[in-house]
Design a protein around this ligand. Structure first.
Ligand code: GCU
Length: 411
């Protein structure tokens, strides 16, 4: 069971030396320097018109592959759910079809809103364990296809183990708390469209992009990134939600997808990427934590085959600070656990620092935190959150996520 391999890695990582900025090199190349024949950038409009399109293409060609077109979403069904312990929220389950009915591609969302909401900010989340486990008691009325879930997520018997290892909020946030704070929530499991599995994932990815040569195929992260945009399309016609205040949230593998989605789709007002690590917020050139070789050996189908080719010696002229910079000047929160060395917190800090000159072009301060620990400034456009402990999602993380969202989406 892969997750127990993951658990072991997390324990090993926790025993590794703590993240250290002093031994982590600054991001390179400098984000505004000349790049692939494009002269240095000194003005916001040159960033937007010249540099950003060049960088977007570079990330897709060299790291993630291009997200396939999934077809326009149609909300086929909205079903009200009667649930315990959700405060004064209205909770529904949506079935969303992609493209025409013959394609037979569907995913399911839990959509929760404060009662009586209109024009409310919305958090769109990709979950790790499917949507049923996000609801306490795993009610049968909530959709679950066990076949596409990670093994340990298939039985509620393991829920207590998962929460001990990965935190109380690993399966999903408290709906009562988040809607009580004035946010709507939409949660889905992207493995329904691109399965998160090395055996069934690659053929599903091939079927999503029948005319693309294997060498050029978008990996699972590209599809998951595209699904944030699909969810936006499906959700924002609903007047309960404010399309100009949609934040996307992802943890770990979905934190990588959330950053990519933010970089590709300007409609997202804010991005929260928690413990996204290699292929996410942490610099690929950093020497701590998971290596490119390790991630592409184990999870090669998440990426374009091009990324694995750079594994032994990182031969690319791009790095993850440029991905974060593509979201500028929109707010990004990066979360870390100090014992989660596998996800390389110091490499993510250096990436946020490296993205900051792009934020400054737009008059934003970018990152102002100066140290890894205890330097959370929720109002920063590049907000840096760390806590003690390892990989996972805790109640303290959610307090911090909401502080960040309050500072940016409610002011
Ligand atoms: C593995 C993988 C990481 C990933 C993590 C997760 O540990 O190596 O890159 O971020 O799983 O998604 O939980």
């Amino acid at each position: 069971m892969r997750i127990f391999g993951l658990g072991l890695l997390l324990i090993l990582a926790a025993c590794a030396s703590p993240p250290d900025l002093a031994t982590t090199a600054a991001a390179s190349p400098p984000v505004l320097a000349a790049f692939r024949g494009d002269p240095p950038v000194t003005r916001a409009e040159d960033w937007t018109n010249r540099r950003a399109p060049l960088l977007r293409a570079a990330f897709l060609d060299d790291i993630y592959g291009r997200p396939p077109s999934l077809g326009a979403p149609t909300v086929e069904r909205r079903q009200a759910l009667t649930l315990e312990g959700i405060g004064d929220a209205v909770v529904e389950q949506w079935t969303v079809r992609l493209g025409d009915p013959a394609g037979n591609r569907r995913f399911h969302m839990i959509v929760a809103a404060p009662r009586g909401a209109t024009g409310t900010p919305l958090i769109v989340m990709e979950l790790f364990c499917g949507i049923r486990s996000a609801i306490p008691g795993r009610p049968e009325t909530v959709f679950e296809d066990k076949a596409v879930l990670p093994g340990p997520c298939r039985s509620h018997a393991l829920d207590p183990v998962l929460t001990v290892i990965l935190g109380k909020r690993i399966a999903g946030p408290s709906i009562a708390e988040v809607t009580g704070a004035g946010y709507a929530l939409a949660m889905f499991y992207p493995g329904e469209i691109a399965p998160d599995d090395p055996v069934v994932g690659p053929p599903a990815l091939a079927a999503l992009q029948p005319n693309v040569p294997p060498d050029k195929r978008g990996g699972a992260l590209a599809v998951w990134a595209g699904l944030y945009s699909t969810a936006f399309d499906a959700l924002t016609p609903d007047p309960r939600f404010d399309a100009s205040r949609v934040a996307i949230w992802g943890h770990s593998r979905h934190g990588k997808a959330a950053l990519l989605a933010g970089a590709l789709d300007p409609r997202f007002a804010a991005v929260i990427s928690h413990q996204s690590g290699r292929g996410g917020a942490s610099l690929s050139r950093s020497r701590a934590g998971e290596t490119i070789q390790q991630i592409t050996d184990e999870y090669g189908f998440w990426f374009s085959p091009a990324y694995a080719r750079t594994a032994a010696a990182y031969g690319l002229d791009i790095d993850q600070h440029q991905l974060i910079a593509l979201i500028a000047p929109r707010p990004v929160m990066l979360g870390s656990g100090l014992a989660d060395t596998w996800s390389d917190p110091a490499g993510a800090f250096r990436a946020a620092e490296g993205a900051t000159p792009a934020y400054r072009l737009f008059g934003s301060k970018g990152l102002t935190a100066t140290q890894l620990k205890n330097d959370f400034r929720p109002g920063d456009d590049l907000a840096w959150w760390t806590r003690g402990g390892g990989h996972g999602i805790t109640t303290a993380d959610w307090t911090a996520f909401l502080q960040f969202l309050d500072a940016h989406l409610k002011s």
